[in-house]
Every structure is written in C-alpha cells, then in structure tokens.
Ligand binder design. Structure first.
Ligand SMILES: [Zn+2]
Length: 262
C-alpha cells in the first residue's frame, strides 16, 4: 500500500500534468461512470494529498476522492490514449497525458464538506504541515504500543508499514513500549526522523532509508528491498542478529531486538 510520501508525490505530479486544463474523466470499467460524468469536461484545479488520501479538485467544487488501498495503481499514458488495459476505474485525459487508475479501494465524487469530514478523521500529516504537538497529545495519553499508534491514521496520517519498521530501527526504539511511557525528548526524536524519512521518500518517489554509503550505489537507482535496512530483511545490518517479526496492529513489524532496546 502506498504510504504518505507516495500520495504527495502523485499529487504534485498529477497537478503538474492536468492543472488548468479541461479534463475528460471516464470510467472504462463502468463502476465510476455516473460519478465521472459529474466532473468530466470541467477545469481541473489541483490534486491534494492528505495522508494516504488523494483529492482531485475541479472547478465548481466537485472533488474526486481516491484511496489506493492495497491494490490501487496508476498508469501514465500519452494523449490521445490507447485502448484501456484491465479494469480501469478512472481515466483522466488531459492535453498531453492520460492517467489510468485501477483497483482503488475508494474512487468517488464528493463535495468540500465531505472532503473536510474525511480529513477530520485523520491525524496530522507530517508532509502537509501536520502539527507534532497534536500527535504528541494523542501518544502521551495512550497505553497502546507506540508501534501501533504510529500506524493509526487517526493519530498520524500517512505512515505505513515500511516507514514504521525503518523508523523504529533508525532511532533504536522498542516498538512495544507504551505511548504514555515515552519521554517528550524521545517522541521529539521519533518525529524528527519520521519527517526526514518521509521527505526523502517524497524526493525520490519511493521509500529509501539506507544511505548511499551503506547501499554502495546512488540512492535514486535503488529498487526493491535494497532501499531498506530492516523491512523484510533476514539479518540486522548493524549487529548481524536475526531480524524478528512482530505482529503489531495486525501488520508484520520487522525489527532487531538487540539494537532496538531503548
Ligand atoms: Zn541489530
């Protein structure tokens, strides 16, 4: 599932491709057809990301709300576009670009009231100026493990399973610790590294947590698991201890108990 860096990356890209244009909106698969008609031909203003949600804003106040979920994918094509391949839920056709969306968990037309309601259910988004103090307020009163809290979109928006594993390894923290047991200075450190990691992810359009020195390669060229330190790894890059898998908030958390003892 794309994490917050990816939605922000897509929002920038799609705004650059379609802003100011009258965009045709179709649903070759048919499931989004009646909603597509409500926005097709209108001038596209911008795409905004909040956490893992995307909002495509059109003149007149209508908004296409997309959540990619686990299977959602975009495909970039030239305009005029070729015949759709697969179950294309939404197709946006601009002057030079066409974009196909398949498999999203949400794709619907809403208004600004509903957009605000969706956003109100989310915690602060580190890449959208979300306030650290608001996240700390939720963390310091919770007896849940910090490793579960950080994945809860109501606490902080945009963090997914890969960022979570890499973040706790980076700061050497045991993800089982209760939120209420964290000192403010520990939370400050966690937040600082989370924001930094997400900004690097936004820069490259993919999560990269290793350094160029560790990777022995240019970061931009890294693909797959080579980009990570602990996520889906067998051995700890620092101490050589076997990476263990913890089930926390119903997702696998990769960690090194030897290095993450704080
Ligand atoms: Zn280790």
């Amino acid at each position: 599932m794309p994490e917050g860096h990816k939605t922000h990356y897509l929002a920038r890209e799609h705004t650059a491709w379609f802003a100011g244009q009258s965009v045709r909106v179709l649903s070759p698969q048919g499931r989004f057809q009646s909603d597509a008609r409500k926005v097709s031909g209108k001038v596209f203003d911008r795409c905004e990301a909040v956490g893992k949600h995307l909002f495509y804003c059109f003149d007149g106040g209508r908004i296409v709300h997309v959540h990619l979920g686990r299977y959602g994918k975009y495909r970039d094509l030239e305009s005029p576009p070729p015949r759709p391949v697969g179950a294309v839920r939404m197709r946006l056709i601009g002057r030079q670009r066409t974009m196909d969306l398949t498999g999203p968990s949400t794709c619907r037309v809403i208004d600004s009231v509903e957009r605000d309601r969706v956003v109100s259910l989310l915690g602060p988004d580190p890449l959208a100026g979300g306030k650290k103090s608001h996240v700390w307020r939720a963390v310091q009163v919770s007896s849940k493990p910090i490793g579960a809290l950080i994945l809860d979109q109501r606490v902080v928006a945009g963090v997914g399973n890969i960022f979570r594993a890499e973040l706790f390894f980076e700061i050497g923290m045991d993800p089982n610790r209760r939120g209420c047991d964290l000192a403010k200075s520990e939370f400050d450190l966690l937040w600082k590294h989370l924001v930094k990691m997400m900004k690097v992810g936004l820069k490259y359009g993919k999560i990269v947590t290793v350094t160029a020195k560790e990777a022995k390669s240019r970061l931009v060229d890294l693909e797959g698991n080579d980009r990570f330190r602990v996520y889906s790894k067998d051995d700890c890059p620092s101490c050589g201890h076997a990476i263990e898998v913890l089930n926390l908030a119903s997702r696998k958390l990769y960690w090194c108990p030897a290095c993450q003892s704080v």
